[in-house]
Design a protein around this ligand. Structure first.
Ligand code: HAM
Length: 425
């Protein structure tokens, strides 16, 4: 057990972390391009926040939360998703008093106690965006276009944007009655969770994965056919904005999402490169959530992309080569005096922004070269007794295989020139 990560978690090793950094860098660039600023909220929150926002009829709240009592006997939960904490922060710091809309993004670990499988972990990472204080359909289209832009920038293909509207409380009341009418006596055949949903939020029955319930809802009235005028008009505008941006989407009236807070627009982006867990991005509008959590009436909208699933698509499609920037120079040494000299030199180089290293484990010169080659240094040079006496140094460009002779004291200038003037001065 000591040497095994907990079930459903994964290490990201140095050989993969640069791909994550590359993707995270793209995320930050694109978020900025669209006017979003980063928000960081705690990994854990009071359990009630998730019960209230995500909803007590959802799988997340009923089965999947990592909840524990802290030493002060408070119920604490590791965040199963990013939205709730951001909403809490928006209210706590009165961000509603600032000019709206507030546009934020986050990259955060999330925790759900699910059965692990490809694309489903117990700790996973989300990139999400949230916008507060804007009810216009242009925002719905903007966030979808932001997600699409990110996927495009990573040359990801084979995605489908599935779009739906699940209305507002005004249209949902009468719609829930229609569901109940449709199910009639069959309510006794619903699974345990759906009997609960029948009472509290019948729309969620459409999201049930149980075969029995799936059979019962074939032919059920669809919310899309039961929207009030305002929601219908809003949805028409979302489609018009998406059309004007040239974003392909398909209407999928069965998408209701696995969280309770949504109103009006909901969407999911599905990839043909993932197996059973094919949804890489999910989001939608939540115009009642801020108020539900104790803030002023404020419209909101957002999405989250599962980064593990995004990385899986990149790996499967191999459309871009993410190459790690190699480190600059490794100074191989022979003898104690040379080690002292190399230690001074790497300090000087590092001060100037040049990545440099030397042997720290007492390897033979041959083994040092082998190590430097494996680590992918751009340049390698050797300092031994001879170099210390003459002050002459041979430096090898590992990629091109060519060697230059230089003076030790000109090493810094030589590297700055070769590396394209990357001095920090
Ligand atoms: P969600 O659909 O529950 O939405 O999760 C968003 C994405 O997180 C999923 O599409 C998936 O890619 C990834 N994901 C979810 N669970 C797992 C898991 N166990 N392992 C790996 N990846 C997973 C939300 O979380 C909402 N907060 C999105 C949102 C933001 N809506 C409005 N604003």
């Amino acid at each position: 057990m000591l040497t095994r990560a907990p079930k459903g978690t994964k290490d990201i090793l140095p050989s993969e972390s640069y791909s994550w950094q590359y993707v995270e860098e793209k995320i930050r660039q694109i978020a900025r391009l669209y006017g979003y600023r980063e928000i960081r909220t705690p990994i854990f929150e009071h359990t009630d926040l998730f019960v209230r926002s995500v909803g007590d009829t959802t799988d997340i709240v009923q089965k999947e939360m990592f909840t524990f009592e802290d030493k002060g006997k408070r119920s604490i939960t590791l965040k199963p998703e990013g939205t709730a904490g951001v909403v809490r922060a928006y209210i706590e710091h009165s961000l509603y008093a600032e000019p709206q809309p507030i546009k934020v993004y986050y990259i955060t670990p999330c925790f759900r106690h699910e059965r692990p499988q490809a694309g489903r972990q117990r700790q996973f990472n989300q990139f999400g965006v949230e916008v507060f204080g804007g009810k216009e359909a242009s925002l719905d289209a903007e966030i979808i276009s932001l997600a699409v832009k990110l996927f495009d920038s990573l040359a990801i293909k084979g995605l489908k944007v599935n779009l739906n509207s699940i209305g507002c409380p005004d249209c949902r009341g009468p719609y829930h009655e229609k569901i109940k009418e449709y199910l009639g006596d069959n309510i006794n055949s619903l699974c345990k969770s759906c009997s609960d949903r029948y009472e509290k939020n019948p729309l969620r029955i459409l999201d049930c994965k149980e075969e029995g319930c799936k059979a019962l809802i074939a032919g059920i009235p669809l919310i899309l056919d039961n929207l009030c005028d305002e929601c219908k008009d809003h949805f028409d505008q979302v489609k018009a904005f998406l059309d004007s941006k040239g974003i392909d989407y398909q209407i999928n009236p069965l998408i209701v999402r696995g969280l309770d807070y949504y109103t009006k627009t909901v969407f999911e982006i599905i990839s043909d490169s993932l197996g059973a867990q094919s949804t890489v991005c999910g989001g939608g509008r939540y115009d009642g959530l801020v108020e539900e959590c104790g803030g002023p009436k404020t419209p909101g909208i957002g999405f989250a992309i599962g980064l593990e699933r995004l990385m899986m698509i990149l790996e499967a499609q191999k459309a871009i080569d993410i190459i790690e920037e190699p480190m600059d120079i490794y100074i191989a040494t022979i003898g104690d005096m040379a080690r002292l000299k190399a230690s001074d030199l790497i300090s000087v180089l590092r001060k100037k922004g040049i990545s440099a290293d030397m042997d720290h484990v007492g390897r033979s010169i041959k083994a040092q070269f082998k190590y430097a080659g494996k680590q992918g240094y751009k340049f390698v040079c050797t300092i031994g007794e001879n170099e210390l006496t003459t002050g002459d140094l041979r430096i090898k460009n590992m990629k091109e295989g060519k060697e230059d002779s230089i003076r030790i004291e000109s090493l810094l200038d030589y590297l700055i020139k070769q590396l394209g003037g990357s001095s920090n001065d």
